[in-house]
Design a protein around this ligand. Structure first.
Ligand SMILES: Nc1ncnc2c1ncn2[C@@H]1O[C@H](COP(=O)(O)OP(=O)(O)O)[C@@H](O)[C@H]1O
Ligand SMILES: [Mg+2]
Length: 618
């Protein structure tokens, strides 16, 4: 995924997260608060309607009291004077007071007067028989002689709307007793009354019997148990309507009716609308800012980064570090570009320097080759020029020493001896220098052949044996049993040269009475030859240098016959020509030394295979 798509995804994700979070906050916090307010409002409305019904009841009670606490009524209930009925209980009494039922009951519980009236049809109707049954059985509505209290509430009679009743004891106008009976006024609480109430309170109201309500389908979940009969239950029935219910007790204090109201869910709707508006505006803001963020990121970074990456890729693919990146502005990307440019420039400088150095090196190599060639030519020329007169000098000196041309006096023979020694040393030095020069020039060709290890070592030892014996040294040879009869492929003359160089060093640097031991064995698959002595030893620092040409350790070598300092370096070159290694071990000054070298045995196989092939006539 490119940084570009990653950034765009990150921006989109961020804004989506912000949106979702805000939606959650609006949805759950705001809406829940609105639902709480709505519930509270509905509850207050239910309470308001309940209070209004209570107020209607109080009004009816006042009207009833006007009649019950009146001397005319007090007399009428005792003497049952029909003129009271004729003058007072006329049609207008029912219509003015909006009464549907008037009952006068004397102190013996016998109805003195009872009348039911239909206010719509404006005519008398029969008093429902169940009203009588309930009143006479109920025992709360009929007042005793001593009673002064009011009883009010709904009476529920089958086939009739709930009847709002007020029952008062009949007393004199100055509210004194004893009560001579009971006056009951009743009003049917029918659909018309409910409509009126709905109009006054602007709430849609319903009044259902408790029995009907609890058995009605869909309201099973709203059950007023004995405990919460006084509770107000609020329930939204759908997104548009919320309902509230409470129990209204009947005149006998039983759960008789359920008052219900239905309200439009305007708060909830407004809330939802507001949330939608908020979300739409936030979404638009998010989209706009998201777009701005994407465009800005694209303009400020992403497109430039892509351009930078493309340029770097082009430079990398072309391999031309002379290319440069354009750097505009003053930010991280332009400084990155500038740094890349600086890097390219420094790479170019290094490349230039490298190619310049390569040219120099080439010239130097050619010069060195020429110089080497000149050196070799010079050395072989010089050595030839030197060797001829030197051979003559040595020959002459030998003749003088051997006294062919007369006897020499003491001084003369001493000088002749000096001439002989010096010129022999010079000759060996010239020979060594020539050998080394030839090897370095790659001009020596080894003459490889198979030789018995025992014979090779034996013949080499034989050459130095006499010197060792003369010096009073014990020279011994130890060849491992298993290689006594084994052959090795070497250049015989060179192998002997290595052996002689090492052995004569040991003899030279070991005091009389000391020991020189030559060993040979197969170790780690190669022939390893060792020359160990009990001589003056070599310090660790010197061990590293003694294989260099012309290097000699001065301390401890005084009094030894002069060397050239070329013996070990020649031996090393010769061993390496045989694919071997040479090294020295010494525990330090005075502790003896052991020089070892290896010769590869693979050469023997190659040679033997070659000779077998030759034998087969290939
Ligand atoms: N067996 C040895 N014991 C102690 N020192 C040695 C031994 N062999 C070589 N060296 C030291 O290494 C030096 C270099 O040896 P070499 O190259 O043979 O030169 P040269 O024998 O002509 O001095 C010697 O001068 C000597 O100091
Ligand atoms: Mg030597």
């Amino acid at each position: 995924m490119t940084i570009r798509s990653k950034s765009i995804v990150a921006i989109v994700l961020t804004f989506t997260c912000i949106l979702v979070t805000l939606f959650m906050i609006c949805r759950f916090l705001l809406l829940n608060n609105l639902i709480a307010i709505e519930t509270q409002n509905t509850r207050q409305d239910v309470e308001r309607i309940e209070k209004t019904i209570g107020y209607i009841t109080t009004n009816l009670a006042h009207a009833t009291a006007d009649w019950a606490y009146w001397d005319d009524t007090y007399n009428f209930i005792q003497n049952k004077d029909p003129s009271y009925i004729e003058t007072n209980l006329v049609e207008s009494t029912f219509t003015d007071l909006e009464l549907n039922l008037i009952l006068f009951i004397d102190k013996d519980g016998i109805a003195v007067y009872s009348k039911a009236f239909d206010l719509d049809l404006k005519k008398e109707i029969q008093v429902p028989s169940e009203v009588w049954t309930q009143i006479s059985e109920g025992n709360t509505l009929i007042k005793s002689a001593s009673s002064t209290s009011e009883t009010s509430g709904f009476l529920l009679v089958d086939g009739f709307p709930p009847i709002l009743l007020v029952s008062l004891p009949i007393l004199t106008s100055d509210d004194t007793g004893p009560s001579q009976g009971t006056l009951i006024f009743g009003r049917f609480f029918d659909a018309k009354n409910l409509d009126q109430l709905s109009n006054i309170t602007s709430v849609s109201i319903s009044l259902t019997t408790y029995k009907d309500f609890t058995s009605r389908n869909g309201y099973a979940s709203i059950n007023f148990s004995a405990k919460n009969e006084n509770e107000i239950i609020i329930k939204p029935i759908n997104d548009d309507t919320i309902t509230g219910y409470t129990v209204i007790h009947d005149v006998y204090k039983n759960a008789g009716l359920v008052l219900g109201i239905e309200l439009p869910r305007s708060i909830y709707h407004e809330g939802q609308k507001s949330i939608t508006y908020i979300l739409i505006s936030i979404s638009s803001v998010c989209v706009v800012f998201g777009l701005i963020a994407v465009i800005e990121a694209e303009k400020q970074g992403l497109s430039r980064l892509k351009r930078l990456a493309n340029t770097v890729e082009r430079i990398a693919n072309s391999g031309k570090i002379s290319g440069r990146i354009s750097t505009v502005g003053k930010d991280e990307i332009s400084s990155l570009g500038a740094n890349i440019n600086r890097m390219l420039a420094s790479m170019q400088r290094s490349e230039d320097a490298i190619s310049e150095r390569a040219e120099h090196l080439q010239v130097a190599v050619v010069e060195a080759q020429l110089a080497n060639q000149a050196k070799t030519e010079f050395l072989s020329g010089v050595s030839h020029e030197l060797r001829t007169p030197l051979t003559a000098i040595i020959g002459m000196a030998q003749l003088l020493q051997k006294k062919y041309y007369g006897v020499l006096n003491e001084k003369q023979s001493e000088y002749v001896q000096d001439i002989l020694e010096s010129s022999s040393h010079l000759l060996s030095l010239i020979n060594d220098v020539l050998d080394l020069a030839k090897i370095e020039a790659g001009k020596t060709k080894l003459e490889m052949d198979q030789y018995s290890i025992r014979e090779l070592i034996g013949s080499s030892v034989l050459i130095v044996k006499e010197n060792a014996v003369k010096k009073g040294l014990h020279l011994t040879v130890e060849i491992a049993e298993e290689i006594l009869n084994q052959n090795v492929v070497v250049d015989k003359r060179r192998f002997r040269q290595i052996m002689i160089n090492l052995m004569s060093n040991s003899i030279k640097f070991t005091e009389p009475g000391g020991k020189v031991v030559v060993t040979a064995a197969i170790k780690r698959g190669v022939l390893e030859v060792g020359i160990a002595d009990t001589g003056i030893g070599i310090s660790p620092e010197e061990q590293e240098k003694i294989f260099d040409a012309f290097y000699q350790v001065y301390s401890g070598t005084t009094g030894k016959s002069p060397g050239t300092g070329l013996g070990l370096s020649l031996a090393k070159r010769l061993v390496e020509q045989h694919d071997g290694k040479i090294w020295v071990e010494s525990e330090g000054i005075g502790k003896g030394s052991c020089f070892s070298f290896t010769i590869s045995l693979n050469l023997a196989k190659q040679v033997s295979e070659g000779s077998e092939k030759k034998a087969l006539g290939e």
